[in-house]
Each structure stands twice: as structure tokens, then as C-alpha cells.
Design a protein around this ligand. Sequence first.
Ligand code: AKB
Length: 327
Amino acid sequence: MKKILVTGCLGQIGSELVMRMREIYGTENVIATDIRRVDGNIVIESGPFEILDVMDYEAMLNMAKKYQVDTFIHLAALLSAVAEKKTKLAWDLNMGGLVNALEVARELKLKFFTPSSIGSFGPGTPQDLTPQDTIQRPTTMYGVTKVAGELLCDYYFTKFGVDTRGVRFPGLISYKTLPGGGTTDYAVDIYYEALKNKKYTSFIGKGTYMDMMYMPDAIDAIIKLMEADPAKLKHRNAFNITAMSFEPEQIAASIRKFIPEFEMDYDVDPVRQGIANSWPNSLDASAAYQEWDFNPQYDLDRMTKDMLENLSKKLGIPFKAKELVSA
Ligand code: AKB
């Protein structure tokens, strides 16, 4: 990767990926785009930024030509809970944006990345240690677009030779940018509420396991996969990756190691609970370990400590993490 175009750069992944790639590849070589501008945003202020509607193929092509990019990272998409409410928009944006981006990659011979998700699986999928290659019959609009996206990326690889690569992300947790309307968002909200109120009401029910990952590991995974030797990749779209699997009681217990008075109760949202129930409990990420040395660094307690320390600074709420007595 030498010159990289990123769509959806103000989202949860994009905002951190752009900053990290600017450190590695040089500020001027990472062109951040989004459909909106947010005054004072660090991604916009720190390097090249352009307004880009991913539904506009001509604008996208011209942007890639203007900056003479060699890599396209396409992140703009609706997340699961919003997609369930805005089904037509989810299809139009998630699929229309993706096919436009793939066409640009084909036309200009660009290396290509787009994320899939644990949402690409469904109730018929083996739920524990879900294999890399298995049944994918999702029952959500988000999942339908993610499976179709995986297939489309494979198609552009086999048919046109576009170097497409992707991962199935679990829930991503970060303190920098909030996720926008996902099912796994409870695992981000809980840290904000733990610091602000020492109490959280979970919209995901007790005993609901989902895969999760801390954002620094997710960013490293994208860069590592994109830099991987193509000869080593047996799979492409998309690799199972995960760093941990937990249910709400376990993340609450992890927070209590640092904030002993933290309390949690439940007010389950039927829409998001239904989505979560249709997803796996835990993925088998061995193909990613074997084919491109995927190597996440954060487990639940290490992530909790880092989240609380950084969020306390961001929110201006004093918090001093003690060293963990037991993990
Ligand atoms: C969501 O909950 O929609 C996302 C995802 C797992 O793809 N975080």
C-alpha cells in the first residue's frame, strides 16, 4: 500500500484507521473521504479529506484518479441495528456503495479491502467456534448485505483479478469514536456509563455471547492482511477474526475489577437481542492465524483497563486503574 483512498472515514473504524495509516504511510498518502464534514475533526484537519457519496460512481472514480491511489479501503456502510430499521437504504448503500467501489478498483487495478462481519452468519451456522467455511444464511438485512458483499468481492477477484481482501469483524470496542447503530454497541456504552454513573442497563440479555475485539487489534488486522503476501492467502473474503467472546455479565465483572461498586441491570431490546441471537457465540479464527499471522493483543481485562483509563481522560472523570490482582 502506498497511496490509499478510504470511504466512511468518520466512522468508528475509519477514524482510527486513517490516523494509524497516516503514521505508517505518510499523511499525504491517505485520502480520507466521508459523506459529511465535521468541523474540528482530527481526521479532516490532519490530512487530505474530501466529501464523497459512495453512491456516486463517477465522483468515486474521479477521486481515485485525482489522487492516483493504489489501494481502496471501503468502509461506508450501515450497521446491523440501523439496517434492520432502514432495510431499503441498507441494501442500496451497503451493496450499491460496494459495487461502485469494486468497479473503481477493477478499472484502476487497485488493491481492495472491505469489512464483513459476524453478522454474515445466521441461526443455521454452528454457534461455537464457528468454522471459517460454513453455512451462511443470515436472517438480518445487514447479514444479507455482508454475505452478498463477501461473494461479490470473491467474484471480482476470480473474474477480474481484483486483489480483494476482507475480515469478518466481531463487535469493535474503542474509546475514540462511537459505533453508529450496531448490536454489539452495548459493549462500548457500558464503559461510558460505568465511569459516568457506575451503573449500566444492558439492552443485550444475560447469557448472550458475542465475539469482540479492541480497536487497536482491529486496525492492526486490516493493515496486516493488506500487507500479507497474496501467495499465502487461501481465503480472501472474508477471514473470521476475534479476540474474545463474552456475555454481559462477564464484561460487567471485568469492570468491577476496577470499579467495584459498578452495577448492571437489563432492559432487553427485542430487535437487537433478536439479531444477537442469530449470530455465533464464538468464531474459529485459525485461518487468519495461519494465512497472515493475525495476532490480537488485548483480552477482556486488558481492554477494560485501557478503555477506562482513556475514557476517563476523554470525559474528564478521574479514575486510577489499579493493577489487576487476578485476571
Ligand atoms: C454490529 O453490531 O452491527 C457490528 C458488527 C458486529 O458488524 N458491530
